[in-house]
Ligand binder design. Structure first.
Ligand SMILES: [Zn+2]
Length: 351
């Protein structure tokens, strides 16, 4: 049983502006907490640096003209894409290396070198659109990995579960009209949070109809709501889909202490999801599972949750922390109604 931790120093060199919440310190906190497990010395976890992604693969997810713009802005020393999404001279190389780390993780799992992986990278990816940087993201790492599984490994069914607090608009849009990728997003309702999308009626179109699932969670929703959502939607749909590989966009900004969102998850709620995703992967596709870091802006929580992911993937006892948070009955009731609505709109496809 071996787990890969994809990590490269260049991921910490991309900086958008001083005191920006999506900071290199996020990865440093994650590495510090992971190192404290001792798993890196025991060789149960391999640190793998990766290499830049293949450009033809990148162009299957993003417009060449847009990627050229990221490169030229980086080469010129920096520049803005949106008010809160900017490059410095390292951003292009870091983004290419992050996407390449993801594809290498796929190759190593598919050829049996390792069992599973955590791609601990920056910049994150799930908001990056075909021709647009958005929400601290430039290249959609998880979408590139899914495309690589389809193109290079002949995958017919790739499941992406995105539990970052923000909707993964870029990932949804990359695969909205096909059924080779099933996207399930659990995020704070878009009426109350960036990017303002990810509603339950966005279920995919054409042959992709029914292969895009959005659980738009009520502000304040926490461990109880996510537990029900996993039982009633995530696990049931996954069993019906029978994925060949499970990819997870993990963001820890659903934690109640996160400065950017108002969800109510705890570290044990995140660990519960990780454990159930691992069980799903083991039951459905021989354990083929990779986590990709997206958001999460409380540095201590990013560290603890990253440690928990590595523990879960490597089959080590998962450290439990003492943070607790109550969820109101309103939230739980709203989640049940949302689930009923989703099950009705997806009936005949997954139910
Ligand atoms: Zn997020």
């Amino acid at each position: 049983m071996t787990t890969d931790l994809l990590y490269h120093e260049i991921f910490t060199k991309h900086v958008m502006s001083p005191s920006h919440p999506e900071s290199p310190e996020r990865l440093l906190s994650a590495m510090k907490h992971i190192q404290e497990t001792g798993l890196l010395e025991e060789s149960k976890v391999n640190v793998v640096e990766g290499m830049p992604a293949n450009l033809d693969l990148i162009y299957s997810i993003h417009a060449k003209q847009y990627i050229d713009m990221v490169k030229s802005k980086s080469e010129s020393g920096g520049g803005y894409f949106t008010l809160d999404t900017a490059v410095n001279k390292y951003t292009y190389d870091a983004a290419m290396m992050a996407a390449g780390a993801g594809t290498l993780a796929m190759d190593r799992i598919m050829d049996g070198t390792s069992n599973n992986a955590y791609v601990l990278c920056r910049p994150p990816g799930h908001h990056a659109e075909y021709d647009r940087a958005l929400g601290f993201c430039f290249i959609n790492n998880v979408a590139v990995a899914a495309k690589h599984l389809i193109q290079q490994h002949g995958a017919q069914r790739v499941l992406i579960v995105d539990y970052d607090a923000h909707h993964g608009n870029g990932t949804q849009n990359a695969f909205y009209t096909i059924n080779k990728v099933l996207y399930i997003g659990l995020h704070q309702d878009g009426r109350t949070l960036f990017p303002g999308s990810g509603f339950p009626d966005e279920i995919g179109s054409g042959e992709g109809e029914g292969y895009n699932v959005n659980l738009a969670m009520y502000p304040g929703a926490g461990d109880r709501s996510y537990d029900i959502a996993f039982s009633e939607i995530v696990e049931k749909i996954s069993e019906s889909y029978r994925p060949e590989f499970v990819l997870v966009s993990c963001g820890f900004d659903g934690h109640f202490s996160d400065p950017l969102t108002v969800l109510g998850l705890t570290t044990s709620g995140m660990a519960m999801m990780n454990s159930r995703l691992n069980s799903m992967a083991k039951n459905l596709c021989g354990g083929k599972l990779a986590f990709f870091l997206e958001g999460g802006y409380d540095l201590d929580i990013v560290g603890k949750c990253s440690r928990n992911i590595i523990e879960e993937l490597s089959g080590t006892e998962v450290t439990s922390y003492s943070d607790t948070h109550d969820e109101s009955e309103n939230c739980t009731q709203y989640t049940r109604e949302l689930i009923d609505r989703l099950r009705r709109s997806l009936s005949g496809i997954h139910f």
